[in-house]
Design a protein around this ligand. Structure first.
Ligand code: CDP
Ligand code: CDP
Length: 219
């Protein structure tokens, strides 16, 4: 029997990570935040003065990236970088290294290794299209750019950080454009994905909808 996978893809702050983690907890499944891998690569490059377009060096580094994920803590070379990888400049760097085909190829098997019993919930940009094309349930989340900027702004304010909502919206839109325009594994909805516009949904409502799709498919 193949191990079930639920994929959640979509642009920044559409709610993928929050909803995926909640769905995984509810089903007792494993959870893979694939964006964290791209963010780790960007942080690694920035810290080691590797240019973000140095494809050969970054692909080599991706194969043996000294990173671990355990109980929500992301470590790079033994250091807890869970907060550091969330910085907006790291997200922008992630979307730059994410255009490199050799780097994406190097991360492919690493992501597929997370598919373990009893199941996996994963979020990113190409989870349903490239990494797990045979996923049991594919979801593509969206939300208006203004709502997504509002969510990111609130997250920063809640952390006590200064934030300019217009700048955030501009950064998000630039990153989305780069993710959607790249030739390899661009951000786009698969024909067999359920579309979920979360603009006016609470997290609970979005989680309930994904679980309903899962129950309909699994039973
Ligand atoms: O992973 P992604 O960048 O798509 O988004 P996220 O980090 O899961 O969500 C960004 C913020 O939006 C979080 O603070 C969520 O709690 C919030 N959110 C929301 O307010 N309503 C939703 N339906 C989904 C997420
Ligand atoms: O949380 P948010 O949606 O803002 O970003 P993320 O999911 O952590 O991803 C950061 C960046 O990594 C994205 O803008 C993409 O360029 C890249 N990424 C990707 O190319 N493929 C994935 N499966 C996941 C992330």
């Amino acid at each position: 029997m193949t191990i079930p996978v639920i994929t959640l893809d979509g642009p920044s702050a559409s709610g993928k990570g929050t909803v995926a983690a909640r769905v995984a907890a509810s089903l007792g499944f494993h959870y893979l935040d694939s964006g964290a891998l791209y963010r780790l690569m960007a942080l690694y490059a920035m810290r080691n003065q590797i240019a973000l377009d140095h494809e050969a060096r970054l692909a080599m580094a991706a194969v043996r990236l000294p990173a671990t994920f355990a109980e929500g803590v992301v470590k790079l070379e033994g250091e807890d970088v869970s907060d550091a990888i969330r910085a907006e400049e790291v997200g922008i760097g992630a979307s730059k290294v994410a255009v490199l085909p050799a780097l994406r190829a190097a991360l492919l098997q690493r992501q597929r290794d997370f598919r373990q019993a009893p199941g996996l919930v994963t979020d990113g940009r190409d989870m349903g299209s490239v990494v797990f094309p045979d996923a049991t349930v594919k979801v593509f989340l969206t939300a208006s750019a203004a709502e997504r900027a509002r969510r990111r702004h609130k997250q920063l304010i809640d952390k006590g950080e200064a934030a300019n909502i217009l700048q955030i919206q501009q950064d998000i839109e630039e990153r989305d454009a780069r993710d959607a325009a790249r030739p390899v594994a661009p951000l786009k909805a698969e024909a067999d994905a359920h579309m979920l516009d979360t603009t006016d949904l609470t997290v609970d409502q979005a989680v309930a909808q994904v679980l309903a799709w899962w129950r309909n498919t699994a039973n």
